[in-house]
Design a protein around this ligand. Structure first.
Ligand code: PEP
Length: 264
């Protein structure tokens, strides 16, 4: 189902405020985690002004340490939904657990499956039963075929509103960046599948100063959108402040990205 052999044209996914795929370019941006209702609303306002139509933010956070902040759960989902509605944006949030599928479904416009859950087949099957877009992030150690097979788990259930996300993979040198963005995966995936392919330079970089160059490279390689983390006070962000761009830096990134997208 996912192969371009069966679907030669690019899939286009339409949400209330966004058109994703084909020649359209989409910005998904927002804080790593939903910290408070006021904060997500203000961050949403700023990324919308820079051109984002999809507001990101995690209410369930997959943290490396069990002692780190795990997210605000349903309180976060509510705040995120309210901000997206007030601003006229789509909401995307990560789903970690099959038990939360209906809960998250009742708030979000787009499900996000994170790198750590790319091969959580029970979760993928559950999302296959929904008729709502899913962003499937590439596992940090997954091959391209692993990613395509994971997407097929969702599609096999009848949900083909899938976006694939390159967010960096583990390589032999991840000392200076968190992961290595696999720029080549973008055109390769587009040649193999009809789904939109989007890049997340924030998690690939892990460091704010490298986010813009990686985002530009991904755009030049044909990415059909970007996911970017922003924070107005990165040092005090609840999660991953080191990779957060300020809203102003995001606005500058978006201007540059639009220029590159116009020529590719
Ligand atoms: C995220 O986008 O919040 C996230 C945790 O990303 P990843 O799954 O790519 O690490």
């Amino acid at each position: 189902v996912s192969s371009r052999d069966f679907h030669p044209n690019d899939s286009i996914i339409k949400t209330n405020h966004s058109i994703i795929g084909g020649n359209h370019f989409i910005f998904m941006a927002g804080p790593d985690s939903i910290e408070s209702a006021e904060h997500v609303l203000e961050m949403g306002r700023q990324v919308k002004a820079a051109g984002a139509t999809i507001l990101r933010g995690g209410a369930f956070k997959p943290r490396t340490s069990p002692y780190s902040f795990q997210g605000n759960g349903e309180v976060g989902l509510k705040a995120h939904r309210a901000a997206a509605d007030e601003l006229g944006m789509d909401m995307i949030t990560e789903i970690l657990d099959t038990r939360d599928v209906d809960l998250v479904d009742s708030y979000t416009d787009i499900f996000q499956v994170g790198t750590r859950n790319m091969q959580n087949f029970a979760l993928l099957k559950a999302l296959g039963q929904k008729r709502k877009p899913v962003v499937l992030k590439r596992g940090m150690s997954a091959t391209i075929d692993d990613l395509l097979n994971a997407a097929e788990y969702i599609a096999a259930g009848g949900n083909t509103q899938i976006m694939l996300m390159e967010r960096g993979i583990r390589t032999y040198d991840n000392k200076y960046t968190r992961n290595t963005i696999d720029v080549s995966a973008i055109p390769v995936l587009q040649s193999l599948t009809h789904y939109p392919v989007i890049a997340d330079a924030s998690h690939a970089a892990g460091v704010a100063k490298f986010v813009t160059p990686l985002a530009l490279a991904a755009t030049a390689a044909g990415s059909q959108g970007l996911m970017t983390e922003i924070h107005d006070d990165p040092e005090h962000a609840f999660v991953d402040g080191a990779q957060a761009l300020t809203p102003e830096a995001f606005s500058q990134l978006a201007d540059k990205v639009r220029k590159i997208h116009d020529i590719v």
